[in-house]
Design a protein around this ligand. Structure first.
Ligand SMILES: [Zn+2]
Length: 106
């Protein structure tokens, strides 16, 4: 969860916007001011593009998957996308996804 400090556009009362689940891209949030009871509409765009698109970097993906042994789901959580997207990029990077439950024995 993320807390973003903001000000009411009508009465300048300061308050915090709480964001439960972070998703990349443009997000619109409506907040009713506790002081003047007017509505504030906030639009913001997450700036963590670097993290979100890390999977496009072969070395990063290789490190997370083959060195840190994260699962597709765990990497997808970091990047804010689906495991299918990660899998897709692994294939594009010529990295081989592990089979579920597969462990290297040697
Ligand atoms: Zn207000």
């Amino acid at each position: 969860m993320v807390v973003i400090p903001a000000k009411c556009v009508h009465c300048s009362t300061e308050f915090n916007i709480l964001i439960e689940d972070l998703k990349p891209g443009l997000v619109t949030k409506t907040y009713e001011c506790n002081f003047c009871w007017k509505y504030n509409v906030f639009e913001y765009k997450l700036r963590s593009d670097e993290v979100i698109k890390s999977y496009k970097n072969r070395d990063w993906l290789d490190k997370k998957y083959n060195s840190e042994l994260l699962t597709l789901q765990q990497i997808a959580d970091i990047c804010g996308c689906t495991p299918m997207t990660i899998r897709d990029w692994m294939i594009r990077h010529d990295l081989e996804p592990r089979k579920p439950g597969h462990r290297h024995s040697n």
